[in-house]
Design a protein around this ligand. Structure first.
Ligand code: GLV
Ligand code: MN
Ligand code: MN
Length: 400
């Protein structure tokens, strides 16, 4: 049997980012394809038959593929400069749980599958949970095909390069029918389990979450020769929008709003930019509060744009409403695992996308740093083992 920690160790050298620190593993890039190959090898070593679905997600079947399967898994891509656990912990725990069940002589009565979802972070094409959104019809395949990475490569080109047919992207009723129940194990991304003093919890809910691109346009010009009064510098309202993000989020209970990416064009030290793209990530307890945060930021940004004689366009790149996981399944899992705690999260997951379609649950494993989307993200080996034991128990109960 391979432990989760041993399996993670096998991929620890793949996709390290020397410049940013941590890992940069993005959907269908060379590194993520190498990780997929590793997964196919691990599944093959266990006699699991691997297939790709219409949307670039990988499925490894224990037994005959069929409808109503018990499905578990996560993703192998990361944010830029991300940690080793967000995504991979769910994939290695799925493999290790299969080993554990087999050692106990368990034979599933229902089909059981491990899944690796594509481009969960949206780190390359901008839309999070792209593989599960496409599969469930939550994103228009025509729009998805045209998404471009920072080098101008389209998603259609990237999936074709990985051996998938871009014409087949889109809602996959066969794949959805195959999922009877989905359970995703994930490293916890906040301090919830530290505070509870517990190694594992079951998820209760996910915040509503959207991403918007703010494009500020002005007049590109010379940094020395252009008098202050003559400028239409889009960096000025862009900077005010960054500050507005903190102000707006702090005005709404339990909301969060972040600017993690800002790109001036053309981006020269002695050049007043002609445009600045700023990406907003905003989250809240429900649709109304999330939209309220967005509206307030737009209002403050528009005021700043007017003062500087610039223009602003705002484009919604993705949105997902609050997720409440299946309460019956959640309670059944918590009870089966000896009354483990339930925990809400502010982080998004493929499980959150699938929850709108099929009974879905999540298990969280304690992260002693409370840090995620950064190299400091961590889980202790004993807690990883507690996660695998919990996942094996859940899979055994659901598929038995
Ligand atoms: C993914 O982890 C997200 O919440 O953005
Ligand atoms: Mn993540
Ligand atoms: Mn994740």
């Amino acid at each position: 049997m391979s432990t989760a920690v041993e399996l993670l160790a096998a991929i620890e050298g793949v996709g390290r980012d020397a410049k940013r620190g941590g890992y940069s593993r993005h959907g269908f890039d060379r590194v993520e394809l190498e990780l997929r190959e590793w997964f196919v090898g691990e599944a093959g070593r266990r006699g699991l038959a691997v297939e790709g679905d219409r949307n670039g997600n990988l499925w490894a079947w224990w037994g005959e593929p069929g409808v109503g399967a018990v499905v578990t898994g996560s993703h192998l891509d990361s944010v830029p400069g991300g940690g080793a656990f967000d995504g991979p912990l769910g994939v290695v725990s799925a493999l290790s749980a299969v080993d554990m069940l087999r050692e106990r002589g368990f034979a599933p009565a229902k089909p059981l599958a491990l899944v690796v979802f594509a481009e969960e972070e949206g780190g390359r094409f901008g839309v999070p949970c792209l593989g599960s959104r496409l599969l469930s019809g939550a994103v228009d395949p025509e729009v998805a095909r045209g998404l471009r990475d920072p080098d101008g490569v389209t998603l259609a080109e990237a999936v074709a390069g990985a051996g998938f047919d871009p014409a087949r992207l889109g809602r996959d009723d066969d794949a959805l029918a195959a999922i009877g129940t989905f359970v995703e194990l994930h490293v916890e991304q906040g301090r919830g389990l530290i505070d509870l003093g517990a190694p594992v919890a079951v998820a209760s809910s996910i915040l509503a979450h959207g991403r918007w691109r703010f494009r500020f346009t002005g007049e590109g010009n010379h940094a020395g020769a252009t008098l202050l009064g003559d400028r239409h510098d889009p960096m000025v309202p862009a900077a005010e929008m960054v500050l507005a993000t903190r102000i707006a989020a702090s005005e709404v209970d339990d909301a969060r709003a972040t600017v993690g990416r800002l790109v001036p064009n053309p981006g020269g030290t002695n050049v007043i930019p002609s445009s600045v793209d700023v990406w907003l990530d905003a989250r809240g307890p429900d649709d109304a509060s999330t939209r309220r945060v967005l509206g307030r930021i737009q209002e403050l940004a528009n005021d700043a744009v007017e003062r500087e004689g610039c223009a602003l366009t705002v484009t919604e790149e993705s949105y997902g409403d609050t997720v409440h996981f299946d309460a019956g399944l959640r309670d059944r899992i918590a009870a089966a695992l000896g009354g483990i705690p339930t925990l809400p999260t502010g982080a998004g997951h493929d499980a959150g996308v699938l929850a709108a379609q099929v009974p879905t649950a999540m298990l969280f494993v304690r992260n002693p740093t409370g840090v995620s989307h950064a190299p400091e993200e961590y889980a202790e080996p004993e807690d990883c083992e507690s996660g695998v034991t919990a996942l094996a128990a859940v899979l055994g109960q659901l598929a038995g």
